[in-house]
Design a binder for this molecule. Structure first.
Ligand SMILES: *[C@@H]1O[C@H](CO)[C@@H](O)[C@H](O)[C@H]1NC(C)=O
Ligand SMILES: *[C@@H]1O[C@H](CO)[C@@H](O)[C@H](O)[C@H]1NC(C)=O
Ligand SMILES: *[C@@H]1O[C@H](CO)[C@@H](O)[C@H](O)[C@H]1NC(C)=O
Length: 374
């Protein structure tokens, strides 16, 4: 009897894994399949299940790329269609996942008429009321065409979960609200510390899904809770997002991924490590630029224990990097390693997009130098 149970649990697990999604867009995640003409009134979607694979609620519009709103032309990053979430509108989809594993959601969004838009992205299981939600501000323009991609993480607490994106805003014009496109999911493998590095995921190779057809990276908004960080090992602190870059569209100093510190001192990235008080450690990292017209005298500030260092980097905006380091003596059993950019910088392409220095390949090791040299 016991064996049978174990077997059936195993079978059930394999079956679920086989059915769970692979990394990439959710079914109809880019909204290329739309409602029947009879289920729409102008751009407004009239019935909850009109968009294949999604359930909608409230004022949801189905927008074709090139749609005109006043004198604004709405463009769509992925394929030809997107949805717009008006006042209190939401879209949701139930997806198969592996219970207990860590995932990240990536989606693209663009602000339309309101100045400050917000999205409530929540994950829920079948029965329990939702406790896992996060408000992502869609306010500052980071990319030149108005679209940005955002990511958040979650732990799957069941074999299938519901992903819900909700616009909690209420504007005078019910059609004012963010456009949404390309909703994707990725299973994350939280990296372990290795002998060569006391930090986890120091090269940022493990992180949220980067939509292959987008050239503006992925914003990782600040999160209070560890579990919401889609960048394993790291927490985005402070007020504004950092940008996750891919080497297909940017220059990154090492490997395929890097982090751009896009909002001066308002966007910081940190990790807490176990250290031995009194021991001397060496923090090393690369500072560079992403080859995205981010020109000028950039400065990265790194903090560890009671020490800090300012690393200047003269950027021509064409890509490149240089090594930097910080030696410090641990003063407690936990040391917070943190980075931010000293200044706000804008790209030199007249788009007004925020940009900043890139950090990568962050390593922490016990110093081989004697403590007296710290
Ligand atoms: C998505 O919707 C299509 C069309 O309704 C359907 O054939 C397909 O099975 C759905 N996919 C999933 C994973 O539910
Ligand atoms: C966000 O969504 C969740 C789930 O629908 C809800 O419980 C929560 O109250 C919402 N938060 C805000 C601020 O709207
Ligand atoms: C990227 O765009 C191409 C061409 O439009 C399309 O065939 C492909 O499916 C898109 N990739 C993803 C991940 O949607």
């Amino acid at each position: 009897m016991y064996k049978l149970t174990v077997l059936s649990v195993l079978l059930c697990a394999t079956w679920n894994i086989a059915l769970s999604l692979s990394d990439g867009l959710l079914p109809n995640g880019n909204f290329e399949y739309g409602p029947k003409p009879s289920e729409m009134k102008g751009t407004l979607v009239k019935s909850p299940n009109a968009i294949p694979n999604w359930t909608i609620s409230g004022y949801v519009e189905y927008i074709k790329s090139g749609h005109k709103q006043g004198d604004m032309l709405l463009v769509v990053p992925e394929g030809a269609f997107a949805v717009r979430l008006g006042n209190e509108a939401s879209i949701k989809q139930r997806v198969k996942v592996i219970k207990g594993r860590f995932y990240s959601i990536t989606f693209s969004a663009a602000r339309t008429c309101a100045q400050e838009e917000r999205l409530n992205v929540s994950i829920s299981r079948k029965t329990k009321p939702t406790s896992d939600w996060d408000i992502l501000p869609i306010q500052t323009m980071y990319s030149s065409n108005g679209w940005d991609s955002y990511a958040r993480g979650f732990v799957a607490d069941d074999w299938d979960v519901e992903i819900l994106i909700h616009n909690p805003g209420v504007e005078e014009d019910p059609a004012c609200g963010p456009l949404i496109d390309s909703v994707a999911l990725k299973l994350l493998f939280p990296p372990k510390r290795t002998g060569g590095n006391l930090l986890k995921n120091g090269n940022f190779e493990e992180g949220p899904y980067v939509l292959p057809n987008t050239s503006w990276g992925v914003l990782i908004p600040p999160h209070i809770q560890d579990v919401h960080s889609p960048l394993p090992g790291w927490i985005v602190e402070s007020l504004k997002a950092v940008k996750y870059l891919d080497s297909d569209h940017f220059t990154v100093p090492e490997g395929k991924r890097g982090i751009e510190l896009i909002a001066g001192k308002e966007s910081a990235i940190a990790q807490v490590v176990y250290t031995k008080p009194g021991l001397v450690y060496d923090l090393s990292f690369l500072v560079g630029d992403a080859n995205n017209y981010c020109e000028g005298s950039l400065v990265v500030e790194a903090f560890a224990g009671r020490q800090s260092v300012k690393v200047p980097y003269e950027s021509k905006g064409k890509g490149g990097s240089k090594p930097a380091s910080l030696r410090f003596r641990a003063v407690s059993r936990r040391t917070r390693v943190m980075f931010y950019s000293s200044f706000y910088t804008m790209t030199n392409d007249h788009s007004g997009s925020l940009c900043g220095p890139v950090i990568d390949d962050v390593k922490l090791l016990i110093s081989r130098k004697k403590p007296g040299h710290a």
